[in-house]
Design a protein around this ligand. Structure first.
Ligand code: FES
Ligand code: FES
Length: 226
């Protein structure tokens, strides 16, 4: 059931008008977007945690609990979790660990909004079983920024270019780009478009997204030069 992020042709659809801003004046659009980029969430994760299916809360017999318990390496931390054998990594991250920056769009390996890195390779978390990532390193959007709050260069690229509309797809695009840049740090625009073409944007904001991701690649190269 493991599904690696695929390479589908990027959509070449007309760009839409940006929606009217309705952010209160006291909160600048730039600061609002920065908050979303850092955590991938615009709302508290608590509602998601408590909305989880009863099945995910492990309302099952005590028998088998031992088999369900496992330790995951997520964002550099060892996280103990109770996961069913058929549970997907996306569900575990969101509903057990509160990492709601990993979005669920299609939940069937088509949109890329759930993209995370597993051992530095982008995967659709909705199509990876949690128990298959034992002993592997999982990185989500919450794991990109440094402890001091400074953004990853690709996240900074989004700030620099204001690259998304609703930004639901943003965590997935950022994770896909970070993963792709590990294999090709200096891509052409066309190469990067192909490299992250397994991610879709419902706002069809592809041109701006690519510009932001290219800026992120540039930021990353500069950061490595010191
Ligand atoms: S939610 Fe995983 S690919 Fe769409
Ligand atoms: S910016 Fe809205 S889904 Fe991509």
């Amino acid at each position: 059931m493991t599904e690696k992020a695929s390479s589908k042709p990027i959509r070449d659809l007309p760009q839409q008008e940006a929606p009217q801003e309705d952010v209160p004046k006291a909160v600048s659009r730039r600061n609002f977007i920065k908050g979303v980029i850092t955590s991938g969430v615009a709302v508290s994760s608590a509602s998601y945690l408590f909305r989880a299916s009863p099945l995910l809360h492990g309302q099952q017999s005590a028998a088998g609990v031992g088999e369900r318990l496992l330790t995951l390496n997520v964002n550099g931390q060892q996280r103990r979790v109770d996961a069913m054998k058929q549970e997907t990594l996306a569900s575990t991250l969101r509903y057990k660990l509160g990492l709601t920056g990993t979005k669920l769009g299609c939940d069937r390996a088509e949109c890329g909004s759930c993209t995370v890195l597993i051992d530095d390779i982008p995967y659709y978390a909705c199509s990876v079983l949690t128990h298959t990532v034992r002993g592997r390193k999982v990185v989500t959007i919450e794991g990109l920024a440094k402890a001091d709050g400074s953004l990853h260069p690709v996240q900074q690229g989004v700030i620099d270019e204001q690259g998304f509309q609703c930004a639901f797809c943003m965590p997935g695009f950022i994770m896909a780009t970070v993963g792709y840049l590990k294999t090709n740090p200096s891509p052409t625009r066309q190469e990067l478009a192909q490299g992250i073409s397994g991610n879709l944007c419902r706002c069809q904001d592809y041109d701006k997204i690519l510009t932001a991701m290219m800026r992120g690649a540039e930021n990353l190269r500069e950061a490595k030069l010191g």
